[in-house]
Write a protein that binds this ligand. Sequence first.
Ligand code: NI
Length: 182
Amino acid sequence: MPSIPARHAIIDQAMALLDILHYPDPRLHKVAKPVEVVDERIRKLVADMAETMYKAPGVGLAATQVNVHERVIVIDTSDAHGQLRVLINPEIIWASEEKKVWEEGCLSVPDYYDNVERPDRIRVRALGVDGEPYEFDADGLLAVCVQHEMDHLLGKVFVQYLSPIKQTRVRTKMKKHQRETV
Ligand code: NI
């Protein structure tokens, strides 16, 4: 069991699974507000978001996706899913000029993957679940994931980077998918 730094620890929380909004739900386009105080309510949200992400399974989840419009993200890009990162009020304080294309997916856009170009490396500042600020450098999948989740907090879903024709195609596919699964 890898040790988890205090800023990401979510022990002593009863967890619950949350419902994930699916594109093209208009609530995915709401802009999240900064968290004012990292209190028990936020720690419970973080615990529930982590459980929801692991169960899905996914590598990242933004509060927007569970219809909570506050700047909270959970990420775990580790293979064993044992390195939870909690990003509250995240900011990208540096991004490389070099960009890279990754095939992205999203828990709010089930069974759809497509290429998105983003800065290859970033430096991020955020509050942990302990309410303390911290910074980290990210590249590869982690850099992609942080940027993808931060877009969610701004009300942006990754398919919005695609051509209008592709976006229409994805919306049609998702509506069909929703009809089939309801
Ligand atoms: Ni997503």
